[in-house]
Structures are given as structure tokens and as C-alpha cells.
Design a protein around this ligand. Structure first.
Ligand SMILES: NC(=O)c1ccc[n+]([C@@H]2O[C@H](COP(=O)([O-])OP(=O)(O)OC[C@H]3O[C@@H](n4cnc5c(N)ncnc54)[C@H](O)[C@@H]3O)[C@@H](O)[C@H]2O)c1
Length: 260
């Protein structure tokens, strides 16, 4: 993405959720880095470490790379401690992660298990609160928190099931966090991305069929790409969006306005 004016120069930004180069978080990281931000990447666990390290070393050398499984309070505590040591001040957090068991993303929502419900909400919704509560004390110069959501929070999308319910919780969290943290000049927003082929998306049954249908029906007659979503993230991380908080911005080529 072209961005010559380096509007994020001097900003320290934490990016959570890169699994590979198709990750929405990776597209966002590239846009933020091009705009001059210094980045810290987190990875889920050892399974992801090498791939993320290779990507970061090649394309954004000098960035921090830190482990953080969001299911573990200790790892979130360590993340905040390391960021305090390394940077002192954090300006933005990009929270671009979610998880539900594959079997919950297929068939009836009515069949969701208790364990599957709790897991999806823990990783996909509570993790925003858990990360924000540790990082806002480091946002001493004000800041921005950005998370990723999907329209399945508002309307029924076949097979999205428990993830749609977790995204509704995530969006409500955005509003409560925005209210709590606004007095410290910390803005909290979500981007509702249109469907994009990524590792996580593959977990939703018939995802490819969903993609085809959406592309035909969006007002712009196209699908939003990860780079399109990244452009919205750049806007939300920058001062251009200084009066926007507690909002869900749709980067979906207008799909959410259509009745069918
Ligand atoms: N791909 C889409 O169609 C789409 C649309 C709208 C919103 N989103 C959202 O965008 C975000 C990023 O997803 P993506 O599509 O780029 O897929 P992705 O698979 O590339 O990224 C998901 C990330 O979640 C991380 N993650 C899962 N469990 C974790 C844990 N316990 N601790 C730490 N990290 C964990 C994975 O490591 C991975 O990096 C998610 O919130 C997703 O729901 C995706």
C-alpha cells in the first residue's frame, strides 16, 4: 500500500493475530509499518513462531516478536511487562484473532456445546478485554485499540454459528471499553470485514460458497481484500479518525446494507 506521508511515525503498535501472510493482521501490519509505525508482533504459540518470525525478519526487521496465547493470563502479563521494558509507551493495539472449534462452525447453532461456546467467547471476545486491560496503562499518550469483527454478529450467516454470537459480544465490549477508556484519550473501534480467504475462514463450513455469493451481491460488486481492511485500520490508528470511538466500521464493499 502506498503511503508516503508516514502519519504513524513515532507510534508503537502491537499487532496480535498474524498466523501467515494471508492473515488480515499481516496486511494491517504492512500498512502500519509503511506509515512509519514501530511494530511488536505476538504469535499464539510455538507452532506459529517460525512462520511469523520468517515473515517479520524478511519484511519488517527490527520489529519485536513476542509470544502470547490469549487463553493464558501469565502470557498476557508477560507481554505487557516486555512492552513496558522495550517501549515504555504503547500507542495502538490491533487485536485480530478469534477461534472456535471446527465442529461448532457447521450445522445447527442450536447444537453448540457449552465447552465450544465458552472457548469461542474466551478466545474471540474476552481476549480483547484481557489485552486492553493490560495495555491501557501503557497508553499514557492516548491510543487506539482496533479489533476485527464480522457481520455474522448482527445477522445469521450459515455455519458461522457460535462465532457470530462471540462477535456480538466483542462488538458490545468495544462500546464498553470505548466508554471506560475515552477519558484517557484511548479510542476503541472494530472493523467488520467482508469474508476473506484466510486460515481461520477455512474453518467455517462452505466458506467458499459464501464468498461467491457475497461477491455477486455487494454494491461494489467485489469482495473486500485484506489490504482494503488494512486501509481502514490505518485510518483508525491515525489521527484522521480522532473523533471516532465505540464504532463498528464496515470494510465489506457495502455487503451489510443488502437484504439478501
Ligand atoms: N477472514 C474473514 O473472512 C474475516 C472476516 C471478518 C472478520 N475476521 C476476523 O479477523 C480476525 C483475523 O482472522 P483472519 O481471517 O486473518 O485469520 P487468521 O487465521 O490468519 O488469524 C487468526 C489468528 O488468531 C490467532 N489465535 C487463535 N487462537 C489464539 C490464541 N489462543 N491466542 C493467540 N492467538 C490466537 C491465530 O494464531 C491467528 O493468528 C479474526 O478476529 C476473524 O474473526 C475475519
Amino acid at each position: 500500500m502506498k503511503n508516503e506521508n508516514k502519519m504513524l511515525r513515532g507510534k508503537n503498535i502491537v499487532v496480535m493475530g498474524v498466523a501467515n501472510k494471508r492473515s488480515i493482521a499481516w496486511a494491517i501490519a504492512k500498512a502500519l509499518s509503511t506509515a512509519g509505525a514501530k511494530l511488536a508482533f505476538t504469535y499464539q504459540d510455538e507452532r506459529f513462531k517460525d512462520k511469523v518470525k520468517r515473515l517479520v525478519d524478511k519484511e519488517m526487521p527490527g520489529s519485536l516478536l513476542l509470544p502470547c496465547n490469549v487463553a493464558e493470563d501469565g502470557e498476557l502479563d508477560n507481554l505487557a511487562a516486555r512492552l513496558k521494558d522495550e517501549w515504555g509507551v504503547v500507542h495502538s493495539l490491533v487485536h485480530s484473532l478469534a477461534y472456535a472449534k471446527k465442529e461448532e462452525l457447521d450445522g445447527l447453532y442450536a447444537d453448540t456445546s457449552r465447552e465450544g461456546f465458552l472457548l469461542a467467547h474466551n478466545i474471540s471476545a474476552y481476549s480483547l478485554v484481557a489485552a486492553a486491560q493490560r495495555l491501557y496503562p501503557l497508553m499514557s499518550e492516548g491510543g487506539t485499540i482496533i479489533t476485527l469483527t464480522f457481520q455474522g454478529s448482527q445477522r445469521v450467516v450459515p455455519n458461522y454459528n457460535v462465532m457470530g454470537v462471540a462477535k456480538a459480544s466483542l462488538e458490545a465490549s468495544v462500546r464498553y471499553l470505548a466508554s471506560d477508556l475515552g477519558p484517557q484519550k484511548i479510542r476503541v473501534n472494530a472493523i467488520s470485514a467482508g469474508p476473506i480467504k484466510t486460515l481461520s475462514a477455512k474453518g467455517v463450513k462452505d466458506f467458499n460458497r459464501l464468498l461467491e455469493g457475497v461477491a455477486e451481491r455487494t454494491p461494489l460488486r467485489s469482495l473486500a481484500t485484506a489490504d482494503d481492511v488494512a486501509a481502514t485500520a490505518l485510518f483508525l490508528a491515525s489521527d484522521l479518525s480522532r473523533a471516532i470511538t465505540g464504532t463498528v466500521l464496515y470494510a465489506d464493499c457495502g455487503y451489510h446494507i443488502m437484504a439478501t
